[in-house]
Design a protein around this ligand. Structure first.
Ligand code: ZN
Length: 300
């Protein structure tokens, strides 16, 4: 814990931890990559995203690792991208992992367009194509940017209390940057999911094949581990080829092209928000989004 000490170079950023992701490899060859900002429901800042990427790189480079589990510490898997914690570090430079320039200092819409190519779309595609099997272990909230992390995994195991939601249409934006909605859900359900922005229960998500298993919260880790052990016992190259085969079919169905096209709509919306309101998120932050969600769920 770094307390209130500011380790960031940019003034105004206060990281509550120096370890936004934990990494552990067990004796079964399972790498447990765990988002570790429970205080902020695992809101993803760049500090976390680059730590996640480093963990994926470790897991890929280690031949002892056969399967990767992506999890979130605490009550929730992930409340999404960090749009309002003290550790929000959108304007901070990091060493890029894609062949992209630094977004910091870029004028107008180029700033976010460049950043999100790297930090959201680029990273998600990179992890989705990892040459080892990946399993998302999802409890509680899996919202917006949280969906992206669950969706890039090969399998999703959810607890009964898990729910899925993409409420960013409220910001005037057509869904999160990794636009897999219409691939993960039937088109009409994807429209409902986005247009109403309501929570989808794990049980309903399972009915569309968006998640593989729904288990009681107390059995989530055990069930995930059980599946991961089975995956770890499969031949490594066979697993890699098999996931590539299915990913390839998705590409033939236009997944990558669809995402590229929607990414541009997403950034047109960011730019429009900026022009109209002076804020790329339409003036909404974590608090106001949470309040609007509560109101929608009839809790306020
Ligand atoms: Zn965005």
């Amino acid at each position: 814990m770094s307390g209130s000490v500011n380790h960031a170079e940019k003034p105004g950023i206060v990281y509550e931890t120096d370890e936004p992701v934990t990494y552990r490899v067990d004796e079964a060859g399972i790498a447990w990559i765990t988002m570790n900002r429970p205080k902020y429901n695992n809101a993803q800042n760049s500090q976390m995203t680059y730590a996640l990427d480093a963990a994926f790189v470790n897991a890929i480079n280690d031949d002892a690792v056969k399967v990767i589990v992506l999890a979130g510490e605490g009550k929730h898997f992930s409340a999404g991208h960090d749009i309002g914690t003290p550790g929000r570090d959108v304007a901070k430079s990091f060493d890029r992992k894609m062949l992209l320039p630094d977004h910091v200092g870029k004028p107008g819409a180029e700033f976010l367009y460049t950043r999100e190519q790297e930090v959201y779309l680029g990273m998600c595609r990179r992890w989705r194509d990892a040459p080892k099997a990946t399993v998302a272990m999802v409890q509680g909230a899996c919202i917006a940017g949280g969906l992206m992390l669950a969706w890039v995994c090969d399998l999703i195991v959810a607890s009964e209390d898990a729910f899925f939601q993409d409420p960013v249409v409220r910001m005037g934006i057509p869904g999160v940057e990794y636009f897999a909605h219409a691939f993960e859900l039937p088109p009409r359900v994807a429209k409902e999911f986005l247009l109403l922005g309501e929570r989808m229960s794990a049980q309903r998500a399972e009915s569309f094949g968006m998640v593989n298993r729904v288990v009681p919260r107390a059995e989530l880790t055990e069930e995930t581990q059980r599946i991961a052990i089975k995956l770890a016992a499969q031949p490594s190259l066979g697993v890699w080829l098999t996931k590539q085969a299915v990913n390839h079919v998705e590409e033939l169905r236009g997944k990558r092209t669809a995402m590229d096209s929607v990414y541009h709509m997403h950034h047109f919306a960011h730019a429009q928000n900026d022009l109209v309101s002076g804020n790329a998120l339409g003036g909404l932050d974590g608090k106001s989004m949470a309040a609007a969600n509560k109101k929608q769920e009839g809790k306020a």
